[in-house]
Design a protein around this ligand. Sequence first.
Ligand code: SF4
Ligand code: SF4
Length: 180
Amino acid sequence: MAKTEEKTVPPVTLVDPIELSELDRDFREEIHNMPNGEELGACFACSTCTAACPIANSWDYKPHQLIRMILLGMREKVLASDEIWLCLTCFECQERCPQNVRVTDILFDCKNLAAEEGRIPPNVAELGKELVEQGQLYVITADWEREDLGLEPSLPGLQTEGVQNMLKESRTGRLLEEED
Ligand code: SF4
Ligand code: SF4
């Protein structure tokens, strides 16, 4: 009988092994003590949040995994993840969670913590700066469509100065200033 060839491929695992030395035991409490973290510990990993999420298929860490990672203390991995910034804030996960875990808002808290540590992705920082500098995200320009409709070329009465001043004084404004 022919000898069976020994396989050298690594074993298949569903998740990467967790490095215990990288865990931050305080992370769970840190998120729990934030305004949206009260129900965090009630998560029973049902994955309903992930099933509801319209874009989780393209994420390395799905919403239920991010919540589990927070519970386990994987602070570094969560705050360095792209996913917290890719969230569309559609609230589908949060609306459907049977345990009332505020999934979307917790991702906001993670974004805030990451931002405080200077981990704002460049594209998000650019958008933020535009918002602070102009008082609006998309500047409405005077164009021929308004004139064709018999309207003044520029939008009348659009005041953004107050918004600009308010944003400059906000935590977001200060964080973005530190980015420069
Ligand atoms: S839906 Fe709620 S309970 Fe279920 S995994 Fe997501 S956060 Fe946890
Ligand atoms: S709020 Fe974010 S995480 Fe939740 S379902 Fe929408 S995109 Fe997914």
